[in-house]
Design a protein around this ligand. Structure first.
Ligand code: SAM
Length: 360
């Protein structure tokens, strides 16, 4: 960024990328930031609008700085938690520099130009901020945003004794989607809960958030009863942990949480579900187990039910991905989120109902 009494752009395309990233994230923040002339100007810059002369460049940079301030005061959504926190941090940093270099008020910059003891340093600070925000386009940032959000939710809503228990599944990728499903009417079902730690954590969250929902945790509670038909690593007895006794553990928790463990072969026991479902978590590791479960609960799922599937594409569970691919290709399901796009080797997909199931 060049300095003078106005901001000039040494690299207009780099600034355009910043504008694009900002507009994309701000779009997920709700209506608050979407209005206003500065956001309109930034959108214009993001969309390829003129940054040709120094006057429009100055206006665009000032619009960006105004949006930064406005974003700092917004409420975050799961996807924008880190983004909003960073906007606030950068905005404060710029305010500090304004004081340090005795600059005129930021509100006056668009019309009256920048007047300070050191315009070069002020321009450098703005340049750094624009660069940092560009990095939000990197996938790792989206994943970090989910991790930060989940950790913050756990810290504020869960006692440390529960938060400290370790589950197999990646809760940072699951909790934000469970929360997204809260406005959908219906209960929650987890298939393949193993020791039930995820179940306790998510049922706790339902209660803490005041959701009118019940959590059903399905498992044989003695591991797999079949071998993987494709010769994968799992077979009869895998995931058996009699010492832990997850069924008793969950039964105890069910006294204070809206939680019910359901023991037995889930391909059969899932027929006990009566109410609609708002969120489903399928962690049965094999297509031959997931398929009959999904078919049985299909009528309990609506178009907004969020269905999560774990271990898609994991080498140890070779039948999950072909099973899901078949349903996507048949138009029965549509993809909502593919975790491997933002964090390789996390193997989670969230889908929704799109059409009808193909014949079994
Ligand atoms: C990958 S583990 C689930 C891990 C768990 N979600 C966690 O985060 O700790 C798979 C689970 O599926 C269960 N399972 C396997 N076959 C089943 C069946 N037919 N019905 C119900 N559960 C089954 C196993 O007992 C095992 O606990």
């Amino acid at each position: 960024m060049a300095s003078g009494r106005g901001f000039g752009l040494a690299d207009a395309e780099a600034f355009r990328s910043t504008a694009q990233v900002f507009v994309e994230h701000a779009g997920r923040m709700g209506p608050g930031l979407a209005g206003g002339p500065s956001f309109g100007l930034l959108k214009e810059a993001a969309g390829g609008g003129a940054l040709a002369d120094t006057r429009t460049q100055h206006e665009a940079v000032c619009a960006f700085l105004d949006c930064l301030k406005r974003a700092s005061g917004q409420g975050a959504t799961p996807e924008t938690y880190t983004f909003v926190a960073k906007c606030a941090e950068y905005d404060r940093y710029l305010d500090e520099k304004v004081v340090e270099f005795r600059a005129n008020r930021r509100e006056d910059w668009p019309s009256n130009a920048v007047k300070s003891d050191d315009n070069t340093t002020i321009a450098k600070v703005v340049d750094e901020i624009a660069g940092h925000l560009r990095s939000f386009s990197e996938p790792a940032q989206s994943y970090q945003s989910l991790v930060d959000y989940t950790q913050a939710r756990i810290r504020s809503l869960m006692p440390t004794e529960i938060a400290g228990m370790r589950q197999e599944a990646n809760i940072s990728l699951i909790l934000p989607f469970l929360e997204k499903s809260l406005p959908v009417a219906g209960d929650v079902a987890e298939f393949g809960c193993f020791r039930g730690i995820l179940s306790v954590k998510l049922a706790w969250m339902l209660k803490a958030l005041g959701a009118d929902k019940h959590y059903y945790a399905f498992d044989t509670f003695h591991g797999f009863e079949i071998d993987d038909p494709a010769g994968g690593a799992l077979g009869i007895g895998s995931f058996r942990d009699d010492e832990f006794d997850a069924f008793t553990f969950l039964t105890k928790w069910s006294r204070i949480l809206p939680l019910t463990p359901v023991k037995g072969d889930a391909t059969k026991t899932c027929a006990q579900l009566r109410a609609p479902l708002s969120f489903v978590w399928l962690d049965l590791d094999m297509g031959v187990l997931m398929d009959p479960v999904l078919r049985t609960i299909w009528s309990k799922c609506g178009p907004d039910t969020i269905i999560g599937i774990d271990d898609v594409g994991r080498p140890e569970t070779p039948t999950v991905s072909p099973w899901l691919d078949g349903l996507l290709a048949a138009g029965a399901l549509e993809m909502v989120f593919d975790s491997d796009r933002i964090a390789p080797n996390t193997f989670i997909r969230f889908v929704k109902k799109k059409g009808e199931l193909p014949p079994a």
